[in-house]
Design a protein around this ligand. Sequence first.
Ligand SMILES: [Zn+2]
Ligand SMILES: [Zn+2]
Length: 239
Amino acid sequence: MHRIWHQFSHLFDLFFPRACPVCMALLPPAAAFFCPACTDAVSPLPEGRCSCCALPFLATTASSHLCSDCSRQSPPFAAVFAAGLYDGALKQALHRFKYSAAVDLDRPLAGFLQSHLPPLSGDELIVPVPLHLHRLRRRGYNQSLLLARVLARTLQISLDKEILQRVVDSHSQQGLDARQRARNLCNAFVCTRRLSGETLLLIDDVMTTGATVAVCSQTLLDAGAGRVIVGVIARAPRH
Ligand SMILES: [Zn+2]
Ligand SMILES: [Zn+2]
């Protein structure tokens, strides 16, 4: 079945070629997510990164181990999986997806993330990082929900877009350090129902300091979740 679908989608691409989400060039039929030039311009996460929060290490160490923050205090999430580094072509694509209403990037970006997720049992629950209602009204869509929807469909995993709500419209996080972001985010999220030990896959577009996904994960654990793993399209290096 999978092979037939694969062949069908190639045939479909031949008649209705897709555009590269970054440069808008027409994709060759067999291209996975981006055109060959943009694929080369996506920086993969280095091998040397934190085994929990996926923070890329600056030193050219090839091994993965806990970063100093995660070894000092275990984050509420069990692990972070990211499709690539937040720079180059991926940063451009995410910018268009988030700020230019390029909502049709949901499928290529979610597909790219899916190829970097660990094997899942199917019993997990997918939860998108929510936007506050004010911001949702301004932007018109929640980019994390669009990604979560595609992943739920392709991975055949249930999606719960209501369970986590953002009740405080914290100011833009840009320009704040990790401590300020964390303070801003405190009490920003609530869980709308009790959980009973489920494994949750928390989806966001970008992870910078990790403050948002940490607060979301803690909120979900406090409501009874058993374990939270995080999936993001791009992981920013520390700045
Ligand atoms: Zn391209
Ligand atoms: Zn870490």
